[in-house]
Write a protein that binds this ligand. Structure first.
Ligand code: SF4
Ligand code: SF4
Length: 215
């Protein structure tokens, strides 16, 4: 899917892999996740490479960019695509529905548990998405989030408690205005660009939303 190899781990490339063209949702093409894109020549590449949407151009999976991720994660073999998101502060592991529960096998499972422990310290989340079934993995275990539709995303909320509190994953509609408010407050770049009034308003909306959830 990707356009450039700048910033890739040495020796890694998309060659022979098209897994993201199956597992990811591509809004511009109205392509649902977990179905092959009609423009994909499976295992070879994109048939509309020059005209492919920007979502495809800018996507670089974690296997390509993160040196701490082992070679066993190569998506063409593992059938899992690692997607790091700065706005939702998450690592989502998209799993091919034809290999459901591949993530529970070793050496993947030990990696995921170690990432979940590190994520919790950094207020991040590890999410497993395998089609209709979505699971949040934390240092303490797993939360089955049930079905997350194409038009929904997962946001995290840190609950107060001993040791800093647990992260509670919450499923919200992608077009819910709370998503913009959360992004403004949680994404350092968005927060830097916002005015003090915009930040205060976003925080007020988030507090109101959380108090409605708690009642
Ligand atoms: S999943 Fe990663 S390695 Fe495979 S085609 Fe997509 S970006 Fe390239
Ligand atoms: S348009 Fe091309 S790069 Fe984008 S999902 Fe389809 S096949 Fe992959």
């Amino acid at each position: 899917m990707s356009e450039t190899t700048t910033g890739y781990v040495a020796g890694r490339s998309c060659e022979g892999c098209t897994m993201c063209c199956k597992l990811l949702r591509i809004e511009a093409l109205d392509k649902p996740g977990f179905e092959w894109c009609p423009h994909c020549e499976i295992g070879v590449g994109c048939k509309i490479y020059e005209e492919r949407p920007s979502e495809c151009r800018i996507f670089h999976c974690g296997y390509l960019t993160q040196s701490g991720i082992g070679n066993h994660w190569k998506p063409a073999n593992s059938r899992m695509v690692l997607a790091l998101s700065t706005d939702t502060k998450s690592l989502t592991i998209f799993v091919d529905p034809d290999r459901v529960d591949a993530w529970r096998k070793e050496p993947f499972y030990s990696d995921i548990q170690s990432w979940a422990r590190a994520a919790e310290k950094n207020k991040r989340r590890v999410i497993i998405s395998q089609g209709s079934s979505v699971i949040a993995v934390t240092a303490d275990g797993e939360t089955d989030l049930g079905t997350v539709e194409d038009g929904q995303i997962i946001v995290g909320r840190r609950k107060r408690g001993p040791g800093g509190g647990d992260v509670e994953p919450i499923v919200v509609d992608r077009d819910d205005p709370i998503v913009d408010a959360l992004r403004l407050v949680k994404d350092p770049e968005s927060a830097r660009q916002a005015s003090p009034d915009q930040l205060a308003e976003a925080k007020r909306r988030i507090a109101e939303w959380l108090s409605r959830r708690d009642t």
